[in-house]
Write a new protein. Structure first.
Length: 56
């Protein structure tokens, strides 16, 4: 998954808390999630996440 966002302290806090977050995904358990790539430039912050999910 890849997203682009505007830089902000709230984004930085969300990214820092992400590995310990309980994420809801209907019909799945998010077993692991981590930041696979992060780029900051003049257009914003591009974040690439990798997640391991298990279908329930």
């Amino acid at each position: 998954m890849r997203w682009t966002a505007l830089p902000s302290p709230a984004l930085d806090a969300w990214l820092a808390a992400l590995p310990d977050a309980d994420l809801l995904l209907r019909g799945h358990l998010v077993a692991d999630i981590h930041i696979a790539g992060l780029t900051r430039d003049s257009s914003g912050v591009t974040i690439e996440l990798e997640a391991l999910t298990i279908e329930q």
